[in-house]
Design a binder for this molecule. Structure first.
Ligand SMILES: [Zn+2]
Length: 259
């Protein structure tokens, strides 16, 4: 029952993530008005706004204008549901679940905004850096057995190693290629990931982000979805890497405990 509840909670928050992904880049309020059809702007009644089900029942179309409602709305809800279920299986309903829930929700929102606009909004990642740090300090057991001071240091070193590593890569990238390969948004995003997960997870995140980023980009180029010199946003890969690191949390990696 609790598993179902965590999944449904993720679906509802995924529905909220969709609103943020659509409205934040346009500078519009995420609170009011209520949900609207992206095609005709008609407000969507609650019974057409049930995560997953409404999209399926209406076959991805608006009840009023029959305009298409992208499958991405469905995907974002399902993805967030699965992430919250995974988080529940990992840490049960706890303060850690609450903190990491906010974290994965930010990852989802930031990834899809980056895919759409090549931009990572400060309004998500800057408060995220602070929340990660505060959560790590206040929640006992957040980094396994560490005491409060060690948790604060582990989160801070995560913040600065995450931000610092990408900042260096960005500087060298600019010198080597004479253009921006890495945006300031990516730097702040990895700083946020570091604040929430600590410095060891920053290394895991960066490794898997680069690996998955290269593999997926090559596949997209082979399938001719992307061209060789197309700009490929790195934020979604950092988010994927962070989910791998999150799954690893609490386990050892070559005898190296990931707190
Ligand atoms: Zn419509």
């Amino acid at each position: 029952m609790e598993k179902l509840f965590s999944f449904v909670l993720g679906l509802v928050l995924g529905s909220f993530a969709n609103v943020c992904i659509y409205r934040l880049p346009k500078g519009r309020s995420i609170v009011s008005p209520g949900s609207q059809c992206p095609a005709c702007g008609h407000s969507i009644p609650w019974y057409d706004n049930i995560p997953l089900l409404s999209w399926l029942l209406l076959k991805g179309r608006c009840r009023f204008c029959h305009g298409e409602i992208s499958w991405r709305y469905f995907l974002v809800e399902l993805l967030t549901g699965i992430l919250f279920l995974g988080l529940y299986l990992k840490c049960g309903f706890s303060w850690q679940f609450a903190a990491l829930g906010v974290f994965v929700l930010s990852l989802v929102i930031v990834s899809f905004i980056d895919l759409d606009t090549f931009f990572i909004p400060d309004v998500i990642v800057l408060p995220g850096i602070l929340l990660g740090l505060v959560g790590a300090v206040l929640i006992p057991g957040y980094f396994s057995e560490m005491d409060r001071l060690s948790r604060a240091l582990y989160s801070l070193t995560g913040l600065f190693s995450g931000g610092g590593l990408l900042w260096l890569i960005a500087i060298f990238g600019r010198l080597a290629y004479k253009k921006d390969a890495m945006g300031g948004g990516d730097v702040k995003l990895l700083a946020m990931i570091g604040a929430y997960l600590g410095w060891k997870s920053v290394l895991i995140t960066l490794f898997f982000a680069a690996l998955l980023g290269s593999i997926i980009s090559l596949v997209l180029i082979a399938l001719k979805v992307k061209k060789m010199d197309d700009y490929i946003p790195f934020g979604p890969y950092l988010a994927l890497g962070a989910v791998v690191a999150l799954a690893w949390k609490g386990y050892t990696f070559y005898g190296f405990l990931i707190p």
